[in-house]
Design a protein around this ligand. Structure first.
Ligand code: PMP
Length: 363
């Protein structure tokens, strides 16, 4: 195993080493069946066990109540940008969007191709440095649903808490970059979705957790494969699922359980985030955080140095020392350390040490 690599990628991102080792073994000869997980039929009892184990473990970790369905879909979080409006944005209704970053903008633009939308709140003109203040009471009467993004992967902001829900308006949330790092209050949410490739497993699988009563109201005049009901009716086995990814997701769920569950993940992220933000705050302006303090993400820590030249130098020296993925998203530049669940505290400590040394030699 390479030990001198510190993976701060934004996604796909670090997976627990123990998961990768277990996956390596099972991929070759799963439970002495002579088959790799990727070679077995998705209709076989051997695969069914894997499939339902992953679904059940996810349900238990996030305490998902029985009146919610958990679906394993494909197409990434990006397909959900289209699937949600196709299922719920019917003529005469409007979908309300809270714009808190590039991904929420993309979700809004996609929904606008399908039906009518409006912007409930936005911090775009503040370079998305903070989560907008929003009151769900200000929604229009014909609102089909409200769409939020829990953690803004590119700008490094995260909702500290959510507004209280209007019981008549469903809330749909993109939790791609912070799912399983904190608990979800299911009384306040109706549909939560996430691409797995940050906190939950490898790419190729999208988690959708949806309130059954909402699902029953879905438009049935859409292509079969894009209907949530299709996938719910067949336990996410309507068509061939990404079997290998679902298997590894199950291993990640087991790993989270062993670490102490979602609450342990929350505390772990808080510790890692605090270390980095403290380093930024105590750098006398050498490092400048992008996010306003009250909106800081515990998953993606975004910061700048005093000019682009110095940032380049920082990224160059970091790379030479084995730090991977510290460059900011290509749309905004700067630096970003993604510290998802599987990133060990020791790697964050090494990064902090590197940042302090870099500052000393470049003041
Ligand atoms: N939403 C958020 C918050 C994301 O971070 C990303 C990917 N980085 C996406 C959506 C898009 O996900 P995918 O590539 O799985 O479509």
């Amino acid at each position: 195993i390479l030990t001198n690599i510190y993976n701060f990628n934004a996604g796909p991102s670090a997976l627990p080493k123990s998961v990768l080792l277990e996956a390596q073994e099972s991929m070759f000869n799963y439970k002495n069946s002579g088959l790799s997980v990727m070679e077995m039929s998705h209709r076989s009892p051997l695969y069914e066990e894997i499939h339902f184990n992953s679904l059940n473990k996810l349900r238990s970790l996030l305490s998902v109540p029985d009146d919610f369905e958990i679906l394993f879909l494909q197409g990434g979080a990006s397909l959900q940008f289209a699937m949600i409006p196709m299922n719920f944005l019917t003529p005469g209704k409007q979908a309300a969007f809270v714009l808190s970053g590039s991904w929420s903008e993309k979700a809004w633009k996609e929904a606008s191709r399908i039906g009518e939308t409006y912007i409930l709140a936005s911090t775009k003109d503040e370079m998305y440095r903070r989560i907008p203040e929003v009151n769900f009471d200000s929604c229009k009467e014909n609102t089909a649903y409200i769409h939020l993004t829990s953690n803004n992967t590119i700008f490094g902001t995260q909702w500290p808490s959510y507004p209280i829900k209007d019981p008549n308006i469903p809330v749909c949330m993109d939790a791609s970059s912070d799912i399983l790092s904190r608990s979800i209050d299911w009384n306040q949410m109706d549909l939560v979705y996430a691409g797995a490739q940050k906190n939950a497993g490898p790419s190729g699988i999208t988690i959708v957790i949806i309130r059954k009563s909402l699902m029953e109201t879905a438009n049935s005049h859409i292509p079969t494969i894009l209907s949530y009901n299709t996938h719910a009716k067949s336990d996410s086995l309507y068509h061939t699922p990404p079997t290998g990814s679902i298997f590894i997701l199950g291993l990640v769920m087991k790993w989270i359980e062993e670490q102490g569950g979602v609450e342990a993940m929350r505390l772990h992220s808080k510790t890692k985030g605090s270390l980095l933000y403290q380093t930024i705050d105590e750098s006398d302006g050498f490092y400048v955080g992008h996010a306003t303090e009250s909106s800081r993400s515990s998953m993606n820590v975004t910061f700048n140095l005093r000019n682009e030249q110095l940032e380049k130098q920082f990224l160059h020296e970091a790379k030479a020392k084995g730090f991977v993925g510290l460059n900011g998203h290509r749309s905004i530049g700067g630096c970003r350390a993604s510290i998802y669940n599987a990133v060990p505290l020791s790697h964050v400590e090494s990064l902090v040490e590197f940042m302090k040394n870099f500052q000393k030699t470049h003041v």
